[in-house]
Ligand binder design. Structure first.
Ligand SMILES: [Mn+2]
Length: 343
């Protein structure tokens, strides 16, 4: 990758997207259900950027949830926590960090007619599986986070990056790169991080909230999940059942980091975390090897994501999970066998 690879946000599409949003009276800024740091930080950064130019901004996550670790973000108190209370039809929609509108979850189902193409949509995302559903799409699969695209876009269209906006943008980068550890950590991402620090991003606040602060219930949940790991090389997996959540008092979001912690365990290549839900399993996968693209594997099951981090859903019960694990083990073993021998 070159250091200054252009993306859509810096070209004609970037200016068109800004025009579309800035000329609207009511803008809905939304991100996916079960939001991560990049998702929440993205919608808040855009909200702050548009605050001066758009009179009515509706800003929410698709399920109204915001992890408590992100409540430190500037303007987090302006997020709408009850999406069902939103009835006013926007005249423009910005969807951030969403591969497709259905990723909004509950909010998509409440207002699916808003996403049928009649209301102009600005689609800003870095998922390779993005379906390019917007009237304007600012998509860059090489971006480490959606906030990386936002930052380049803001610089191009002349948005002043205040310390608050810089803090949001750096939070997305920190979150999606897991502190600059993922393969998406490019020269461009690191240069952007430096620029954001120069612009006043509050580094210590981000690190304390994202990586140190945690409820005690999280530690209990991790303890329970880690005590159940199963190693079936090249897979390592564990689960979070509804019983475990009840016993530890934790919410499902609190298990998010476990699959990353498992990734890279000796003798394994793919780590998985199964979340038990009433409608079946939600599965989160990580690949520790460039030969194994878990986004591609998840697409076979109607899911998607990034090459090294992806997810999908399975029907309830042990049998469905067993079939999935056996299939996956066979495919991953086959993929690994394609590696040319070095000597
Ligand atoms: Mn993201």
């Amino acid at each position: 990758m070159t250091t200054r690879e252009p993306n859509h946000s810096t070209g004609f599409e970037g200016r068109a997207a800004w025009q579309l949003l800035a000329s609207a009276r009511t803008v809905l800024i939304a991100t996916h259900a079960n939001p991560d740091a990049d998702a929440v930080a993205s919608i808040l950064a855009l909200r702050l950027a548009l605050a001066e130019v758009v009179s009515n901004l509706i800003c929410l996550t698709g399920d109204g949830l915001v992890p408590s670790s992100l409540s430190f973000l500037p303007a987090a108190d302006l997020l709408i926590r009850e999406p069902a209370t939103v009835h006013e039809t926007p005249d423009c929609i910005a969807l951030l960090d969403c591969a497709d509108p259905s990723r909004l979850g509950p909010f998509f189902h409440l207002h699916s007619n808003w996403f049928d193409g009649q209301i102009p949509m600005v689609n800003i995302d870095h998922h390779i599986t993005n379906t390019r559903f917007g009237h304007v799409d600012l998509i860059d699969p090489n971006a480490a986070s959606t906030t990386e695209i936002l930052a380049q876009w803001f610089l191009t269209v002349g948005v002043t990056i205040t310390p608050d906006i810089a803090t949001c943008l750096l939070t997305g980068l920190y979150g999606d790169t897991l502190s600059f550890q993922t393969t998406s950590t490019s020269v461009r991402a690191l240069e952007l991080a430096a620029l954001l620090l120069r612009l006043g991003a509050r580094h210590e606040e981000i690190v304390n909230n994202l990586f140190r602060r945690k409820p005690v219930s999280t530690i209990r949940l991790w303890g329970a999940a880690l005590s159940r790991i199963r190693v079936e090389p090249p897979l390592i997996w564990t689960e979070i059942t509804r019983d475990m959540l009840r016993e530890t008092g934790a919410r499902p979001l609190e298990g998010e980091g476990i699959v990353n912690f498992l990734s890279g365990a000796e003798g394994t290549v793919v780590s998985l975390l199964f979340y038990e839900q009433p409608e079946g399993w939600r599965v989160s996968l990580r690949s520790a090897d460039s030969l194994v693209d878990v986004a591609q594997l998840c697409q076979r099951y109607g899911g998607g994501g990034h090459p090294r981090a992806a997810g999908c859903r399975l029907p309830p019960g042990e049998a469905a999970r067993r079939v999935f694990l056996n299939d996956l083990r066979a495919i991953v073993t086959e993929l690994l066998a394609t590696r040319p021998h070095s000597r």
